[in-house]
Design a protein around this ligand. Structure first.
Ligand code: BTN
Length: 265
């Protein structure tokens, strides 16, 4: 492995929040999220952050593959998953809360203009910068607690658009010297704090923070089921609100994808 990954520093920062939080970095794996789900099913349910310099079978939402950018030198993509047991009263809106947390860490003053595209993409100048995938493993039937695996992929270095459904953006566009390790160090602690806040209070504390960066609000959108309408933002449970000719539709399914009808000039 080339550059340092600050594992001890990150683990030390997380320890007061979650005792025993392990931080692991591996040179290559099929998928950091698949690995944590496998471990959970095998009974390993301790809190862990697993990052990989290369994924050979990364996956995204709706069964899509997630491909990292290829680079000869430094890894050009940050790919990691965070696994921990969680028992919020209501899981709705968790992926939006994670997006809020990552956006605020990458762009604390909003000067960069990072936006959030429901349910869980981060966009920079109308292009996709970050993908987020939430998976959970049931620990015991009927138990409120589940093992949560949050998988995050962030483009750090330049990448081309070949094979991608949305054109890509990357962190080095506004932070030319950024490395995956530094970005992980920036986002890990606030992310765990925000996941704990969600565990306690649900999506409500994130609603205004999401609205401040919501790229769809006020725009005409088209859903993958053919519905078109005006996006009115998200509700208190993280549901997407779309005003059609006849009603305000409330979209909760992560299996529905949504696009603005026109890109912004
Ligand atoms: C999406 O955009 O559909 C979500 C992409 C999530 C990709 C990350 S990369 C780290 C983790 N491991 C995976 O296989 N997927 C997530």
């Amino acid at each position: 492995m080339a550059a340092p990954w600050f594992e001890d520093e990150i683990a030390g920062a997380l320890a007061p929040l979650v005792p025993g939080f392990a931080v692991e970095v591996v040179p290559e794996i099929d998928s950091t999220s698949s690995e944590l789900m496998r471990r959970a099913r095998d009974g390993h349910r301790a809190p862990v952050l697993l990052a990989a310099e290369r994924q050979t079978a990364g996956h995204g939402r709706m069964g899509r593959a997630w491909q990292s950018a290829q680079s000869e030198r430094e890894p050009a993509t940050l790919t990691f998953s965070l696994g921990l047991p969680l028992a919020p009263r209501d899981w709705s809106g968790l992926s939006l809360a994670v997006g809020v947390s990552v956006a605020e860490s990458l762009d604390p003053s909003s000067a960069v203009g990072l936006s959030l595209k429901w349910p869980n993409d981060l966009w920079y100048q109308e292009r996709k910068l970050v993908g987020i995938l939430i998976e959970t493993a049931v620990l015991q039937p009927d138990a409120a607690e589940r093992y949560l695996v949050i998988g995050i992929g962030i483009n750090i270095g330049a990448r081309d658009a070949t094979g991608l459904s949305t054109p890509p953006a990357w962190v080095q566009e506004w932070r030319p010297l950024a490395t995956p390790a530094e970005v992980l160090r920036d986002i890990a602690l606030p992310l765990v704090r925000d996941v704990q806040l969600f565990d306690r209070d649900g999506f409500v504390p994130f609603a205004a923070r999401f609205a401040a960066r919501d790229v769809l609000r006020g725009r005409e959108v088209r859903l993958s089921d053919g519905t078109e309408g005006l996006c009115e933002g998200v509700g208190w449970g993280g549901e997407l609100l779309v005003r059609t000719a006849s009603e305000v539709k409330s979209i909760i399914s992560a299996e529905v994808s949504v696009r603005p009808v026109r890109t912004r000039p």
